[in-house]
Design a protein around this ligand. Structure first.
Ligand code: CAA
Length: 257
């Protein structure tokens, strides 16, 4: 597949995807989602990639679903086509995805960022769910993921008013893992992704799966699941290597097996 709306590259074991529709502030249209799906599927099946960074431009991570593409849809078109269902590709990925957000992350842009495993924000980042101003509501998980991330009061404030919040407020509220100066954002995201990609891949995938369980189950069920994953890692060579390297005071050399 040739890409018109994203740019894809690898840097070492890091897969990098840049959303690239500058004329529309990276608004998410069907073409872009299909390309994102294709690029993520390739990284998922590539043993040489251990972590993915998803980013936009300096001005916009993404300003939401493409309003021009959605405007004329009717209910039956939207329901039968289930166009938002295709966005789940980001949430379904097993490898970790870091969202590196600079500028606008609005509507579906904020929702895609929240589907990633964590958000690194430039000090210029602006988050919001402005769908209410268009006569609709967030449709790609925003009412659920934002509420879990920042709590009911702030989620209601943002979703009912459509106001934007800056990086500092987003970090205080727990939406953002860390803020970095805009000029350092991509470098810091790639460095962080490289650190993750240097770990044992089975352990990384299981860690991600276990943390995600915290959002889908009770505490008791999540802890049972975590324990099963923890014990299963003792079947990997990487567990022997990681623990031996600690005892022998050297760096581990993980084989991802
Ligand atoms: N869809 C389609 N086009 C968009 C867009 C979007 N979501 N956001 C921006 N654009 C386009 C603009 O139409 C404009 O195109 P033209 O030059 O052809 O007019 C271009 O990008 C630049 O945008 P602006 O001129 O508006 O730039 P600005 O700097 O003045 O404002 C902004 C920036 C505040 C982000 C403003 O563009 C804006 O409010 N965008 C819409 C944000 C929004 O409502 N997002 C939610 C979409 S609905 C959704 O996402 C549903 C869901 O949950 C799945």
């Amino acid at each position: 597949m040739t890409y018109d709306t994203i740019a894809v590259e690898t840097q070492g074991r890091v897969g990098l995807i840049r959303l690239n529709r500058p004329e529309a502030l990276n608004a998410l249209n069907a073409r872009l989602i299909a390309e994102l799906d294709d690029a993520l599927a390739k990284f998922e099946s590539d043993d040489g990639v251990g972590c993915v960074v998803l980013t936009g431009s300096e001005k916009a991570f993404a300003a939401g679903a493409d309003i021009k593409e959605m405007r004329d849809k009717g209910f039956v078109d939207a329901f039968l086509d289930d166009f938002i269902g295709r966005w789940d590709v980001v949430a379904r990925a097993r490898k970790p995805i870091i969202a590196a957000v600079s500028g606008f992350a609005l509507g579906g842009g904020c929702e895609i960022a929240m589907m990633c495993d964590f958000i690194l924000a430039a000090d210029t980042a602006v988050f919001g769910q402005p769908e209410i101003k268009l006569g609709v509501i967030p449709g790609a998980g925003g009412t659920q993921r934002l509420t879990r991330a920042v709590g009911k009061a702030k989620a209601m404030d943002l979703i009912l008013t459509g106001r934007m919040m800056g990086a500092e407020e987003a970090e205080r509220a727990g939406l953002v893992a860390r803020i970095v100066p805009a000029a350092d954002l991509l470098g810091e995201a790639i460095k962080t992704a490289a650190t993750i990609a240097s770990m044992s891949l089975p352990a990384v995938l299981m860690a991600k799966e276990a943390v995600n369980r915290a959002f889908e189950s009770t505490l008791a069920e999540g802890i049972r699941h975590e324990r099963g994953l923890f014990y299963s890692l003792f079947a990997t060579g990487d567990q022997k290597e990681g623990m031996s390297a600690f005892v022998e005071k050297r760096k581990p050399a993980f084989a991802n097996r």
